[in-house]
Design a protein around this ligand. Structure first.
Ligand code: ACO
Length: 347
Protein backbone atom coordinates (compact mmCIF):
# COMPACT_ATOMS: atom_id res chain seq x y z
CA UNK A 1 0.00 0.00 0.00
CA UNK A 2 1.20 3.55 -0.73
CA UNK A 3 2.48 5.76 2.07
CA UNK A 4 0.00 8.57 2.76
CA UNK A 5 0.57 12.01 4.28
CA UNK A 6 -1.50 12.16 7.49
CA UNK A 7 -2.46 15.47 9.14
CA UNK A 8 -1.36 15.37 12.76
CA UNK A 9 -1.13 18.99 13.95
CA UNK A 10 -2.69 22.40 13.24
CA UNK A 11 -1.77 25.87 14.47
CA UNK A 12 -2.55 29.42 13.42
CA UNK A 13 -1.65 33.01 14.16
CA UNK A 14 -3.11 36.37 13.22
CA UNK A 15 -1.49 39.68 14.16
CA UNK A 16 -3.41 41.45 16.95
CA UNK A 17 -4.41 44.59 15.04
CA UNK A 18 -8.01 44.35 13.79
CA UNK A 19 -8.96 46.65 10.90
CA UNK A 20 -12.73 46.99 10.52
CA UNK A 21 -14.65 47.97 7.39
CA UNK A 22 -15.69 51.07 9.29
CA UNK A 23 -12.02 52.06 9.79
CA UNK A 24 -11.25 51.61 6.07
CA UNK A 25 -14.27 53.66 5.05
CA UNK A 26 -12.78 56.60 6.93
CA UNK A 27 -9.74 56.71 4.61
CA UNK A 28 -11.10 55.46 1.28
CA UNK A 29 -14.25 55.73 -0.81
CA UNK A 30 -15.93 52.55 0.43
CA UNK A 31 -18.48 51.46 3.02
CA UNK A 32 -19.11 48.65 5.47
CA UNK A 33 -22.29 47.90 3.53
CA UNK A 34 -20.47 47.51 0.16
CA UNK A 35 -17.71 45.32 1.58
CA UNK A 36 -20.09 43.05 3.52
CA UNK A 37 -22.58 42.56 0.70
CA UNK A 38 -20.04 42.15 -2.15
CA UNK A 39 -17.53 39.97 -0.22
CA UNK A 40 -18.85 38.90 3.21
CA UNK A 41 -15.83 40.48 4.93
CA UNK A 42 -16.40 42.48 8.15
CA UNK A 43 -12.81 42.88 9.36
CA UNK A 44 -9.27 41.70 8.73
CA UNK A 45 -6.02 41.66 10.73
CA UNK A 46 -3.06 43.71 9.53
CA UNK A 47 0.45 43.36 10.90
CA UNK A 48 2.22 46.35 12.38
CA UNK A 49 4.90 48.03 10.27
CA UNK A 50 8.12 46.04 10.55
CA UNK A 51 6.38 42.67 10.95
CA UNK A 52 7.36 40.28 8.16
CA UNK A 53 5.78 37.09 6.86
CA UNK A 54 8.35 34.92 8.67
CA UNK A 55 7.28 36.44 12.00
CA UNK A 56 3.71 35.19 11.49
CA UNK A 57 4.92 31.87 10.04
CA UNK A 58 7.08 31.16 13.10
CA UNK A 59 4.12 31.74 15.45
CA UNK A 60 1.78 29.46 13.46
CA UNK A 61 4.53 26.87 12.92
CA UNK A 62 5.31 26.67 16.64
CA UNK A 63 1.61 26.15 17.43
CA UNK A 64 1.32 23.41 14.79
CA UNK A 65 4.38 21.59 16.16
CA UNK A 66 2.90 21.84 19.67
CA UNK A 67 -0.42 20.51 18.37
CA UNK A 68 1.44 17.59 16.74
CA UNK A 69 3.17 16.88 20.05
CA UNK A 70 6.63 16.87 18.48
CA UNK A 71 9.03 19.30 16.83
CA UNK A 72 10.55 16.43 14.90
CA UNK A 73 10.16 17.34 11.21
CA UNK A 74 12.56 16.88 8.31
CA UNK A 75 11.06 19.33 5.79
CA UNK A 76 9.42 22.76 5.94
CA UNK A 77 7.29 23.90 2.98
CA UNK A 78 6.13 27.52 3.19
CA UNK A 79 3.47 28.87 0.84
CA UNK A 80 3.50 32.64 0.46
CA UNK A 81 2.97 35.49 -1.99
CA UNK A 82 4.73 37.91 0.35
CA UNK A 83 8.16 36.43 1.19
CA UNK A 84 10.41 38.43 3.50
CA UNK A 85 12.73 39.05 0.52
CA UNK A 86 12.69 38.19 -3.22
CA UNK A 87 15.79 36.13 -2.40
CA UNK A 88 16.40 33.92 -0.44
CA UNK A 89 13.28 31.88 0.30
CA UNK A 90 11.58 32.51 3.65
CA UNK A 91 11.19 28.85 4.70
CA UNK A 92 14.84 28.22 5.74
CA UNK A 93 14.73 31.22 8.08
CA UNK A 94 11.44 30.01 9.60
CA UNK A 95 12.89 26.51 10.09
CA UNK A 96 15.95 27.95 11.77
CA UNK A 97 13.93 30.24 14.08
CA UNK A 98 11.75 27.26 15.05
CA UNK A 99 14.89 25.42 16.16
CA UNK A 100 14.60 22.85 13.38
CA UNK A 101 18.34 23.15 12.64
CA UNK A 102 19.33 22.06 9.13
CA UNK A 103 16.10 20.51 7.79
CA UNK A 104 15.19 20.93 4.12
CA UNK A 105 13.09 24.06 3.59
CA UNK A 106 11.68 25.83 0.55
CA UNK A 107 8.91 28.24 -0.51
CA UNK A 108 5.97 27.55 -2.79
CA UNK A 109 4.63 30.45 -4.89
CA UNK A 110 1.07 29.66 -6.00
CA UNK A 111 -0.59 32.75 -4.48
CA UNK A 112 -3.99 31.87 -2.94
CA UNK A 113 -3.65 28.22 -4.01
CA UNK A 114 -0.28 28.03 -2.24
CA UNK A 115 -1.40 26.05 0.79
CA UNK A 116 -3.10 23.34 -1.29
CA UNK A 117 -0.04 23.20 -3.58
CA UNK A 118 2.23 22.93 -0.51
CA UNK A 119 0.15 20.05 0.87
CA UNK A 120 0.62 18.19 -2.41
CA UNK A 121 4.39 18.92 -2.40
CA UNK A 122 4.66 17.63 1.16
CA UNK A 123 2.56 14.54 0.38
CA UNK A 124 4.80 13.86 -2.63
CA UNK A 125 7.95 14.15 -0.49
CA UNK A 126 6.46 11.72 2.04
CA UNK A 127 5.36 9.25 -0.66
CA UNK A 128 8.84 9.37 -2.24
CA UNK A 129 10.55 8.72 1.08
CA UNK A 130 12.23 12.14 0.97
CA UNK A 131 10.61 13.13 4.29
CA UNK A 132 8.79 11.43 7.15
CA UNK A 133 7.27 14.49 8.84
CA UNK A 134 6.65 17.84 7.14
CA UNK A 135 5.65 21.24 8.51
CA UNK A 136 3.46 22.97 5.90
CA UNK A 137 2.85 26.68 6.47
CA UNK A 138 0.77 29.26 4.63
CA UNK A 139 1.74 32.79 5.72
CA UNK A 140 1.07 36.24 4.31
CA UNK A 141 1.50 39.93 5.02
CA UNK A 142 -0.64 41.30 2.17
CA UNK A 143 -0.86 44.61 3.99
CA UNK A 144 2.73 45.23 2.77
CA UNK A 145 1.73 45.03 -0.94
CA UNK A 146 -1.72 46.63 -0.91
CA UNK A 147 -2.11 49.97 -2.64
CA UNK A 148 -3.88 52.26 -0.15
CA UNK A 149 -5.39 54.15 -3.11
CA UNK A 150 -6.96 51.01 -4.59
CA UNK A 151 -10.27 50.30 -2.87
CA UNK A 152 -10.86 47.23 -5.05
CA UNK A 153 -8.04 45.31 -3.35
CA UNK A 154 -7.33 47.10 -0.06
CA UNK A 155 -10.65 46.09 1.50
CA UNK A 156 -10.26 42.42 0.67
CA UNK A 157 -6.95 41.15 2.00
CA UNK A 158 -5.71 40.39 5.52
CA UNK A 159 -2.54 39.09 7.16
CA UNK A 160 -2.13 35.80 8.97
CA UNK A 161 -0.55 32.36 9.04
CA UNK A 162 -1.67 28.78 9.41
CA UNK A 163 0.32 25.58 9.59
CA UNK A 164 -0.15 21.82 9.69
CA UNK A 165 2.18 18.91 10.39
CA UNK A 166 1.93 15.94 8.05
CA UNK A 167 3.47 12.56 8.89
CA UNK A 168 3.96 9.35 6.92
CA UNK A 169 1.08 6.96 7.53
CA UNK A 170 -1.55 4.73 6.06
CA UNK A 171 -4.24 5.93 3.59
CA UNK A 172 -6.94 4.32 5.76
CA UNK A 173 -6.08 6.52 8.79
CA UNK A 174 -8.16 9.60 9.63
CA UNK A 175 -6.17 12.65 8.54
CA UNK A 176 -4.73 10.95 5.43
CA UNK A 177 -4.77 13.22 2.38
CA UNK A 178 -6.82 11.00 0.07
CA UNK A 179 -6.59 12.75 -3.27
CA UNK A 180 -5.05 15.84 -4.84
CA UNK A 181 -5.88 17.91 -7.90
CA UNK A 182 -3.70 20.82 -9.07
CA UNK A 183 -3.89 23.02 -12.15
CA UNK A 184 -2.80 26.32 -13.67
CA UNK A 185 -3.42 28.60 -16.66
CA UNK A 186 -0.54 31.04 -17.15
CA UNK A 187 -2.31 32.74 -20.07
CA UNK A 188 -4.35 34.51 -17.35
CA UNK A 189 -1.32 35.74 -15.40
CA UNK A 190 -2.31 39.41 -15.79
CA UNK A 191 -5.51 38.94 -13.75
CA UNK A 192 -3.59 38.88 -10.44
CA UNK A 193 -0.17 40.48 -10.35
CA UNK A 194 2.52 42.53 -8.62
CA UNK A 195 4.12 43.85 -11.85
CA UNK A 196 7.46 45.13 -10.55
CA UNK A 197 10.35 43.66 -8.63
CA UNK A 198 11.01 40.59 -10.78
CA UNK A 199 13.23 39.90 -13.80
CA UNK A 200 10.58 41.10 -16.29
CA UNK A 201 10.37 44.49 -14.63
CA UNK A 202 13.20 44.93 -12.12
CA UNK A 203 13.06 47.47 -9.32
CA UNK A 204 14.20 50.76 -10.80
CA UNK A 205 15.55 52.41 -7.68
CA UNK A 206 12.78 54.71 -6.55
CA UNK A 207 13.95 57.92 -4.93
CA UNK A 208 14.26 57.70 -1.12
CA UNK A 209 12.39 59.29 0.47
CA UNK A 210 9.60 59.39 -2.07
CA UNK A 211 6.40 57.72 -3.16
CA UNK A 212 6.47 53.99 -3.51
CA UNK A 213 6.49 52.90 -7.20
CA UNK A 214 2.95 51.98 -8.32
CA UNK A 215 4.18 48.77 -9.92
CA UNK A 216 5.27 47.39 -6.54
CA UNK A 217 1.65 47.02 -5.46
CA UNK A 218 -0.70 44.05 -5.83
CA UNK A 219 -3.35 44.34 -8.55
CA UNK A 220 -6.36 42.17 -9.35
CA UNK A 221 -9.12 42.18 -11.98
CA UNK A 222 -11.89 41.10 -9.62
CA UNK A 223 -14.70 40.22 -12.01
CA UNK A 224 -12.89 37.71 -14.27
CA UNK A 225 -11.08 36.28 -11.23
CA UNK A 226 -14.47 35.67 -9.63
CA UNK A 227 -15.72 33.78 -12.71
CA UNK A 228 -12.61 31.63 -13.13
CA UNK A 229 -12.45 30.92 -9.38
CA UNK A 230 -15.97 29.46 -9.35
CA UNK A 231 -15.41 27.32 -12.46
CA UNK A 232 -11.96 26.01 -11.53
CA UNK A 233 -12.69 25.35 -7.85
CA UNK A 234 -15.86 23.45 -8.78
CA UNK A 235 -14.07 21.36 -11.45
CA UNK A 236 -11.07 20.69 -9.23
CA UNK A 237 -13.27 19.78 -6.26
CA UNK A 238 -15.24 17.34 -8.42
CA UNK A 239 -11.98 15.74 -9.64
CA UNK A 240 -10.88 15.17 -6.03
CA UNK A 241 -14.31 13.84 -5.02
CA UNK A 242 -14.16 11.36 -7.92
CA UNK A 243 -10.65 10.24 -6.94
CA UNK A 244 -11.69 9.84 -3.29
CA UNK A 245 -14.88 8.01 -4.29
CA UNK A 246 -17.05 10.50 -2.35
CA UNK A 247 -20.42 11.89 -3.40
CA UNK A 248 -20.58 15.69 -2.97
CA UNK A 249 -23.55 15.25 -0.61
CA UNK A 250 -21.43 13.04 1.68
CA UNK A 251 -18.95 15.86 2.40
CA UNK A 252 -19.40 17.29 5.90
CA UNK A 253 -17.41 20.52 5.33
CA UNK A 254 -16.32 22.37 2.22
CA UNK A 255 -13.34 24.48 3.28
CA UNK A 256 -12.66 26.69 0.28
CA UNK A 257 -10.17 29.53 -0.09
CA UNK A 258 -11.73 32.45 1.79
CA UNK A 259 -11.87 35.08 -0.99
CA UNK A 260 -15.56 35.88 -1.20
CA UNK A 261 -18.59 34.22 0.40
CA UNK A 262 -20.41 34.47 -2.93
CA UNK A 263 -17.65 32.37 -4.58
CA UNK A 264 -17.85 29.72 -1.84
CA UNK A 265 -21.63 29.42 -2.16
CA UNK A 266 -21.49 29.35 -5.97
CA UNK A 267 -18.95 26.48 -5.85
CA UNK A 268 -21.11 24.59 -3.32
CA UNK A 269 -24.09 25.12 -5.64
CA UNK A 270 -22.22 23.76 -8.68
CA UNK A 271 -21.17 20.70 -6.68
CA UNK A 272 -24.74 20.12 -5.50
CA UNK A 273 -23.73 20.65 -1.87
CA UNK A 274 -25.80 22.30 0.85
CA UNK A 275 -24.44 25.85 1.41
CA UNK A 276 -24.69 25.21 5.16
CA UNK A 277 -21.76 22.80 4.77
CA UNK A 278 -19.48 25.67 3.68
CA UNK A 279 -16.98 26.90 6.27
CA UNK A 280 -16.83 30.71 6.28
CA UNK A 281 -14.42 32.73 8.41
CA UNK A 282 -13.56 35.49 5.92
CA UNK A 283 -15.94 37.75 7.84
CA UNK A 284 -13.28 37.78 10.61
CA UNK A 285 -9.98 37.59 8.68
CA UNK A 286 -10.62 38.64 5.06
CA UNK A 287 -8.72 36.99 2.23
CA UNK A 288 -5.41 35.80 3.73
CA UNK A 289 -4.30 34.10 0.51
CA UNK A 290 -1.99 31.12 1.29
CA UNK A 291 -2.95 31.26 4.98
CA UNK A 292 -6.69 31.14 4.35
CA UNK A 293 -7.41 27.40 4.39
CA UNK A 294 -5.55 26.51 7.62
CA UNK A 295 -7.09 29.59 9.31
CA UNK A 296 -10.55 28.44 8.19
CA UNK A 297 -9.86 24.89 9.44
CA UNK A 298 -8.78 26.17 12.86
CA UNK A 299 -11.82 28.44 13.19
CA UNK A 300 -14.11 25.58 12.10
CA UNK A 301 -12.63 23.44 14.89
CA UNK A 302 -12.86 26.13 17.55
CA UNK A 303 -16.41 27.04 16.43
CA UNK A 304 -17.36 23.41 17.12
CA UNK A 305 -18.21 22.69 13.47
CA UNK A 306 -15.37 20.42 12.36
CA UNK A 307 -15.02 17.21 14.38
CA UNK A 308 -13.05 13.97 14.08
CA UNK A 309 -14.46 11.64 11.41
CA UNK A 310 -15.93 14.45 9.28
CA UNK A 311 -15.28 14.37 5.55
CA UNK A 312 -13.50 17.58 4.50
CA UNK A 313 -12.97 19.00 1.01
CA UNK A 314 -10.35 21.73 0.56
CA UNK A 315 -10.23 23.86 -2.61
CA UNK A 316 -8.47 27.06 -3.66
CA UNK A 317 -7.94 29.41 -6.61
CA UNK A 318 -5.33 32.11 -6.94
CA UNK A 319 -2.88 34.11 -9.01
CA UNK A 320 -0.95 32.43 -11.79
CA UNK A 321 -3.73 31.53 -12.27
CA UNK A 322 -3.59 28.37 -10.18
CA UNK A 323 -6.07 26.10 -8.46
CA UNK A 324 -6.09 22.93 -6.40
CA UNK A 325 -8.11 20.68 -4.12
CA UNK A 326 -7.57 17.98 -1.50
CA UNK A 327 -9.82 15.62 0.50
CA UNK A 328 -9.35 14.14 3.97
CA UNK A 329 -11.26 12.70 6.91
CA UNK A 330 -10.70 15.01 9.88
CA UNK A 331 -8.41 13.40 12.49
CA UNK A 332 -8.63 13.50 16.28
CA UNK A 333 -5.96 16.14 16.94
CA UNK A 334 -5.42 18.67 19.71
CA UNK A 335 -6.32 22.16 18.55
CA UNK A 336 -7.34 23.91 21.74
CA UNK A 337 -7.79 27.65 21.87
CA UNK A 338 -4.25 28.18 23.11
CA UNK A 339 -2.91 26.48 20.05
CA UNK A 340 -5.27 27.85 17.41
CA UNK A 341 -7.01 30.82 19.04
CA UNK A 342 -10.33 31.90 17.61
CA UNK A 343 -9.92 35.25 15.95
CA UNK A 344 -12.09 37.92 17.51
CA UNK A 345 -15.15 39.28 15.77
CA UNK A 346 -15.64 43.00 15.50
CA UNK A 347 -18.13 44.35 17.97
N1 ACO B 1 -16.09 50.06 -2.12
C1 ACO B 1 -17.09 50.59 -2.82
N2 ACO B 1 -17.24 50.39 -4.14
C2 ACO B 1 -16.33 49.60 -4.75
C3 ACO B 1 -15.25 48.99 -4.06
C4 ACO B 1 -15.16 49.27 -2.69
N3 ACO B 1 -14.17 48.74 -1.93
N4 ACO B 1 -14.53 48.28 -4.94
C5 ACO B 1 -15.11 48.42 -6.13
N5 ACO B 1 -16.21 49.20 -6.03
C6 ACO B 1 -17.14 49.63 -7.08
C7 ACO B 1 -16.53 49.57 -8.44
O1 ACO B 1 -15.80 50.73 -8.74
C8 ACO B 1 -17.75 49.40 -9.31
O2 ACO B 1 -18.36 50.65 -9.50
P1 ACO B 1 -19.02 51.05 -10.90
O3 ACO B 1 -20.14 50.05 -11.07
O4 ACO B 1 -19.47 52.43 -10.68
O5 ACO B 1 -17.95 50.87 -11.93
C9 ACO B 1 -18.68 48.55 -8.46
O6 ACO B 1 -18.22 48.70 -7.10
C10 ACO B 1 -18.67 47.09 -8.81
O7 ACO B 1 -17.30 46.67 -8.93
P2 ACO B 1 -16.93 45.21 -9.32
O8 ACO B 1 -15.46 45.04 -9.41
O9 ACO B 1 -17.75 44.84 -10.51
O10 ACO B 1 -17.47 44.44 -8.02
P3 ACO B 1 -17.68 42.92 -7.81
O11 ACO B 1 -19.06 42.68 -7.44
O12 ACO B 1 -17.09 42.09 -8.91
O13 ACO B 1 -16.81 42.67 -6.50
C11 ACO B 1 -14.69 41.70 -5.89
C12 ACO B 1 -15.40 42.87 -6.54
C13 ACO B 1 -15.15 41.62 -4.45
C14 ACO B 1 -13.19 41.90 -5.96
C15 ACO B 1 -15.11 40.41 -6.62
O14 ACO B 1 -14.96 40.59 -8.00
C16 ACO B 1 -14.30 39.22 -6.20
O15 ACO B 1 -14.46 38.71 -5.10
N6 ACO B 1 -13.44 38.70 -7.10
C17 ACO B 1 -12.69 37.48 -6.84
C18 ACO B 1 -11.57 37.67 -5.87
C19 ACO B 1 -10.89 36.33 -5.68
O16 ACO B 1 -11.47 35.27 -5.85
N7 ACO B 1 -9.67 36.31 -5.38
C20 ACO B 1 -9.02 35.00 -5.21
C21 ACO B 1 -7.76 35.02 -5.74
S1 ACO B 1 -6.87 36.36 -5.07
C22 ACO B 1 -5.26 35.87 -5.10
O17 ACO B 1 -4.89 34.89 -5.65
C23 ACO B 1 -4.32 36.72 -4.39
Amino acid sequence: MNTAAVLTGLGTYVPPRVVTNEELSRTMDTSDEWIRTRTGIAQRHWADTGTATSDLAVEAGARALKSAGSADVDLVVLATTTPDHPCPATAPQVASRLGLRTVAAYDVAAVCSGFVYALACAAGAIAAGVAERVLVIGAETYSTILNPDDRTTSVIFGDGAGAVVLRAGDPSEPGALLAHDLGSDGSLKDLIMVPGGGSRQPVTGAAEPGPRPADSYFGMQGKPVFRHAVTRMAESSQAVLDRAGWAAQSVDWFVGHQANVRILHAVADQLGMDKERTVVNLDRVGNTSAASIPLALADAVSDGLLAPGHRVLLSAFGGGVTWGSTALVWPDITTDRDISPKTPRSS
